[in-house]
Design a binder for this molecule. Structure first.
Ligand code: AMP
Ligand code: MG
Length: 412
């Protein structure tokens, strides 16, 4: 009975609560900053110097006193200062220093007149009318961004290019990050053959193994692809005993109601507890979320439906959250955004739909990017999925999302 299953929101809340309890892995490691992209800081970072370390000119021009420049009288050019030179000065009265972007403003100057805004004669400049300068204009004062000793990046920050640049500016050539959680990826199914093989009649290539590995990698985990397990109790039991040594398990296939869907009983036999066995979502309704204790550690387990699009959607919606928490990430996924719907999309009374879609982020013609569902043969249609860059969310109980309406999208 589908009404006995949790809704998307209820299942997401359960997963989020588990994620909060989990917290980061105790183990951290020190790595070079240049390898820190996507890693999660295990300890906060401070700065060893003021940022900027000196009053910085943001323009090419002339450092001067605003009050003197605003008289529009000539100011004598006292010298020139380039980026990288020690601060010059003090600035004599009625004068200006030629200055380059990024250079230290000489003592005594309180503004920088842009080169385009002055008239230069041989050894003097004059601020052109009707321009005036305000005190502080085109100067970032020393320490305005951060003071020496301040924390600049919090523990739990997942390092993007912006964080790497900040760590670099503050002198952190080596950073302490959480160890990437090891995620076992166990694909199941008698029909599966390796990617490099040519499938015989009735067989298909195992596309979920590498897809889930890439999703795990993108969410900050260390994917461990196990050999595919056949659809029998013995094979599953053997494979699960191996997989459980990882920090988290993703099992693909074998969780529907079919005769050979043996994953749940195999997990139960090993002593697993289940948080839910199914969610009111499409695709991904048979999703199983549980846990097993191994070596006195609780290992979270997702039994993902085998259809590739169901596997991707359920990992993004739920798996990424647990993985992010294990990695110590302060704001783990999933990531949603708003977009404007181009064509009507049907909803379901009792399921939240996640419809593979294309969102046109570039160019942004209107206020919101436009999104369109991609025609599909269903949750096994990788050809259509490969033309998607998001899932359109159609909330449960929606008869139809209308063209032109603002909708939520789940980013892939
Ligand atoms: P299952 O969840 O095991 O009932 O599988 C549902 C559908 O997904 C079936 O059509 C399977 O052949 C397909 N499937 C299962 N596992 C994989 C996989 N690893 N790669 C690609 N397709 C899969
Ligand atoms: Mg199967």
């Amino acid at each position: 009975m589908s009404s006995a299953l949790p809704s998307y929101a209820e299942a997401a809340a359960m997963v989020a609560a588990c994620a909060r309890e989990l917290g980061p892995q105790a183990v951290s490691e020190r790595i070079e900053l240049e390898h820190a992209l996507g890693r999660v800081l295990a300890a906060s970072l401070g700065t060893d110097c003021d940022q900027p370390p000196f009053p910085r000119s943001t323009r090419d021009g002339f450092a001067c006193r605003a009050a003197e420049a605003n008289t529009h009288k000539q100011l004598k050019v006292a010298g020139a200062i380039h980026a990288g030179q020690p601060p010059a000065g003090p600035l004599p009265p009625q004068s200006a220093w030629e200055i380059m972007t990024g250079a230290a403003v000489p003592e005594g100057a309180d503004a920088v007149a842009m080169i385009e805004h002055v008239e230069r004669t041989f050894d003097a400049i004059r601020l052109l009318r009707p321009r005036t300068l305000e005190s502080g204009e085109n100067i970032v004062p020393q320490g305005a961004e951060a003071r020496a000793g301040d924390q600049v990046l919090a523990a739990g920050t997942r390092m993007g290019p912006q964080h790497i640049a900040q760590a670099a500016a503050c002198g952190h050539a080596v950073v302490e990050v959480s160890r990437r959680p090891r995620v076992a990826i166990l694909t199941t199914g008698d029909e599966l053959v390796p990617v490099a093989a040519t499938p015989s009649a009735g067989q298909i290539r195992n596309s979920n193994g590498v897809m889930l590995a890439s999703l795990v990698d993108g969410a900050g985990g260390d994917p461990w692809i196990l050999p595919t397990a056949a659809d029998n109790e013995r094979a599953l039991d053997d494979a699960l005993r191996k997989a459980i040594t990882a920090d988290m398990l993703l099992i693909s296939g074998g969780v529907s109601a079919g005769k050979f869907d043996l994953v749940e009983p195999a997990l139960a036999k090993l002593g697993a507890r289940f948080h839910f066995n199914g969610v009111r979502i499409q695709p991904g309704k048979p999703l199983v979320f549980g846990e097993l204790i191994h070596s006195s550690k609780t290992k979270k387990i997702f039994g993902l439906p085998g259809n590739p699009i169901s596997s991707a959607a359920t990992f993004l919606l739920f798996g990424s959250r647990i993985l992010g928490a294990l990695a110590g990430h302060a704001n783990p996924g999933p990531r949603f955004a708003l977009a404007q719907l181009v064509k009507d999309v049907k909803g379901k009374s009792d399921l939240t739909r996640f419809v593979p879609s294309w969102c046109n982020f570039d160019p942004m013609a209107g206020e919101l990017p436009e999104v369109n569902a991609v025609p599909s043969q269903g949750s096994g249609d990788l050809a259509s999925f490969s033309h998607s860059n998001c899932f359109l969310v159609v909330p449960e109980g929606t008869d139809r999302l209308k063209a032109g309406s603002t909708v939520r999208i789940l980013l892939i």
